[in-house]
Design a protein around this ligand. Structure first.
Ligand SMILES: NC(=O)c1ccc[n+]([C@@H]2O[C@H](COP(=O)([O-])OP(=O)(O)OC[C@H]3O[C@@H](n4cnc5c(N)ncnc54)[C@H](O)[C@@H]3O)[C@@H](O)[C@H]2O)c1
Length: 267
């Protein structure tokens, strides 16, 4: 149920142009926040902002989170436009159209650059305004793939070389990054936490399923999951984002919440 738990908070949602990012942006607006969709794809970002405009104050800011200058310029522009940044949801990542079987060093570097370093660079760009305000919420996005280390990306059983595991490794790194950032920022009344979504049906992940949202992974996972569901809706993630962003979670930091029907239990 929506209330108005984030009234007048300025929230930046990276990668908010589609999928889960757009769902977080929508829910934050419903909770009374002022939302900035920070996106690399300007067409996507602009049309998401237009689509959500009837719900409240929402704008688009172009950014490449993996580019330090771009992240800094974006943060400065938002701070100038709104006077503060209360919430940063680091949702943007390389996921859509990612070739999970690409084990090249180049791919490993690019995925780490966006998914891990981009999360740090955006946080680093925005942290000073949160420190100045002595208030802030940073929410990072991992994935249960970080915990599914027994599943090889290789298409056959034959050894084809050690996988780089670029995407799951990047999502595992986000959990470590969350802890280190929480350690540094706690004294400034800034919390840093991680949402760990299970497989969620977005424009991107639907490219990996049939029309009913099913594939081999979903079928196998369902049997191992207490709640017997292994494909979620973006809206299933948004309440946890609101919780981490709200006053209810003011002393919760460095933590993670897994939303996957109970398949993975990291703690
Ligand atoms: N869909 C799933 O099953 C699933 C499961 C667990 C975690 N996740 C994570 O949730 C998040 C959203 O997933 P999704 O399915 O909506 O993915 P998505 O790929 O559709 O959305 C990511 C968004 O980030 C943007 N983006 C990419 N690189 C960027 C950059 N350098 N700078 C700024 N923006 C950039 C993209 O344009 C896109 O709009 C991602 O972090 C993903 O890794 C997804």
């Amino acid at each position: 149920m929506s209330g108005m738990r984030l009234r007048d908070r300025v929230a930046v949602v990276t990668g908010g142009g589609q999928g889960m990012g757009k769902a977080y942006a929508r829910r934050f607006l419903e909770e009374g926040a002022i939302v900035v969709i920070a996106e690399i794809d300007s067409g996507r970002g602009r049309s998401a902002a237009t689509e959500l405009a009837s719900l409240g104050e929402v704008s688009f800011a172009e950014v490449d989170i993996s580019d330090e200058d771009s992240a800094r310029a974006c943060a400065e522009q938002i701070a100038t436009d709104y006077g503060r940044i209360d919430i940063l949801l680091n949702n943007a990542a390389l996921y859509d159209d990612l070739d999970f079987t690409d084990n090249s060093l180049e791919s490993l570097r690019r995925v780490a650059d966006v998914n891990v370093n981009g999360t740090l660079l955006m946080s680093r760009a925005i942290a000073p305004s949160m420190v100045a305000a002595n208030r802030g919420r940073i929410i990072n996005v991992s994935s249960t793939t970080a915990y599914l280390h027994a599943t090889s990306m290789a298409p056959t059983e034959e050894f084809q070389g050690l996988d780089s595991y670029a995407y799951p490794m990047s999502k595992w790194s986000v959990i470590g990054l969350t802890r280190f950032m929480a350690g540094q920022l706690g004294r400034y009344n800034i919390t840093v936490n991680t949402i760990v979504p299970g497989f969620t049906l977005t424009e991107a992940s639907r490219k990996l399923t049939d029309a009913d949202g099913r594939n081999e992974f979903v079928d196998a996972s369902e049997r191992l999951t207490p709640m017997r569901i292994a494909a979620f809706q973006p809206e299933d993630m948004t309440g946890t984002a609101v919780y981490f962003a709200s006053d209810d979670a003011r002393y919760v930091t460095g933590q993670l919440i897994v939303i996957d029907g109970g398949m993975v239990s990291p703690t």
